[in-house]
Design a binder for this molecule. Structure first.
Ligand code: BTN
Length: 246
């Protein structure tokens, strides 16, 4: 029998946000604790967006991570996106990653990831890595989200067992977490590249909602996980953050 390390999950019925709670209680929490909530009243997304979190059959969790080596903390979001694609594939769907870390199925977002650094006396002590996955959302609810979104129940045509998915996701995350901490993006580069489909295409990058989009050709993902693009004028540029539209 395979040896399983027990997952440390603290579950709440309601929280404002698992990320916010984990950050507020970071010092008291053990490394590798998972904070989970059945619902969030102030679920947060990237760029101060709202993450709709009313459905107790979806996943809203945050990993509390305090590794000694902190060189590759920035790659944890991309690592978690790769881990999520692996679990989704076991449900016979075909996920794609949209740089840097959104996971889509059939071109629609099924999962969002938000990583927040925690610092003490100007030194980063760790991160709170949050993820929301739509497992069992009705079509009517998704229609109210202002960007194309989907849910695993709709993609598979059946109700998804939340505990089963949660356990598989968290177990897979911790399986190669030490490798990511040690080696950074290089460790996931091959899997990441196999999950993207925008290289060579015309893409648009937006830094903030409402701001003007910049047009580029997506060229490559570099060894640190950044996006290399070509401007319409022909120069090559590295994009470190932003929203990719294609
Ligand atoms: C995004 O795509 O904009 C990121 C969404 C992240 C949502 C998750 S749900 C659990 C955790 N708690 C939060 O408030 N946000 C993250």
């Amino acid at each position: 029998m395979q040896n399983e390390t027990a997952l440390k999950i603290i579950n709440f019925k309601t929280l404002d946000s698992t990320n916010t709670w984990a950050k507020e209680n970071f010092k008291k929490l053990d490394d590798s604790t998972i904070i989970s909530a059945d619902e969030q009243t102030k679920g947060k997304g990237r760029f101060k967006r709202v993450w709709v979190s009313e459905n107790c059959e979806n996943i809203y969790i945050s990993f509390v991570l305090k590794p000694d080596k902190k060189d590759y903390l920035a790659n944890l979001t991309q690592y978690l996106s790769v881990v999520t694609t692996k679990i989704l594939k076991s449900y016979n769907v075909t996920p794609q990653i949209k740089w840097p870390n959104d996971v889509l199925v059939n071109g629609k977002k099924i999962c969002g990831i938000l990583c927040e650094a925690v610092s003490e006396k100007n030194e980063v002590t760790g991160v709170v890595l949050g993820i929301g996955v739509n497992l069992n959302t009705a079509q009517e609810i998704l229609q109210n989200i202002n960007k194309p979104a989907t849910s695993l129940n709709l993609e598979t045509g059946r109700k998804i067992d939340k505990n089963e998915f949660l356990k598989a996701l968290c177990t897979e995350f911790f399986l190669h977490y030490p490798d990511l901490i040690e080696k950074g993006f290089e460790f996931i580069k091959e899997d990441y590249l196999n999950s993207i489909n925008f290289l060579g295409k015309t893409v648009y990058i937006q830094q903030r909602d409402g701001e003007q989009r910049q047009e580029y050709t997506a060229l490559d993902i570099d060894e640190k996980g950044n996006l290399t693009v070509k401007t319409p004028q022909g120069s090559v540029k590295t994009i470190y953050s932003g929203d990719l539209i294609y």
